[in-house]
Design a protein around this ligand. Structure first.
Ligand code: 3PG
Length: 216
């Protein structure tokens, strides 16, 4: 079955961490994105959890072409198309439904579907998916689960997300089946409210530095 999911692999390899962003105020979109880019993180996931999320995706895509913008929390084909139209280069879902799997062959951009079990992975693989978000990673088995899945599913590539922190990220990034991790710690509400963009850049720098550790 034709499925654009394999196109995700190079995008997942760009940065060790994908910031998962909930941006409440559209005017914060560019400063947040610029701060994270300045720290070396190019792939940014904008969750569709705010009314202005599509506007935020549009703003960043148009003004910061060096960013690879993803839409997160996409749960319907309608949202998938709207996000792509707004400029998202891929979309991320916490799970995978039949309508989303069915859409994969004709959607304009790839989907990174969430899985939490071997059966979910097998169902997704039947629809042509090979890159997955393990979600919520830390709560469904974390590093141990990923190690166990690598044996029977050596070609599956993961972006674990959910409960990842600077303290446990390295243990995920050291795994052969992990391309990158996702996390919301890169843009804490406190720093965003204080417009501490330099603080965000520093968090991004520290996240990029995780790469040196796991590829050493
Ligand atoms: C989410 O969907 O919010 C992501 O999984 C981020 O989770 P985190 O807040 O635990 O990083």
């Amino acid at each position: 079955m034709s499925n654009k999911n394999h196109l995700l692999q190079p995008m997942l390899n760009i940065s060790p961490v994908i910031p998962v962003l909930v941006i409440e105020r559209t005017e914060d979109a560019l400063p947040i994105a610029q701060a994270l880019l300045a720290g070396g993180l190019r792939v940014l996931e904008i969750t569709l959890r705010t009314a202005n999320a599509l506007e935020v995706i549009r703003e960043i895509s148009i003004n910061l072409p060096e960013a690879v913008v993803a839409a997160g929390t996409v749960t319907t084909p309608k949202q998938w198309h709207a996000a792509a139209q707004a400029g998202a280069q891929f979309v991320v879902s916490p799970g995978l439904t039949a309508p989303l799997a069915h859409e994969a062959a004709k959607a304009p951009v790839p989907l990174l579907p969430g899985v939490a079990t071997a059966s979910e992975l097998m169902t997704a693989a039947d629809s042509g998916f090979e890159c997955f978000k393990l979600f919520p990673a830390q709560h469904v088995g974390g590093v141990g689960l990923l190690k166990s899945l690598h044996g029977p599913f050596p070609h599956a590539v993961f972006c674990p997300t959910g409960g990842i922190t600077p303290d446990n990220a390295q243990s995920y990034l050291a795994l052969p089946n992990v391309a990158c991790v996702g996390g919301s710690w890169l843009a804490p509400g406190k720093l965003v409210q204080a417009q501490d963009w330099a603080g965000l850049t520093e968090l991004a720098r520290q996240a990029v530095a995780l790469k040196g550790v796991y590829s050493a």
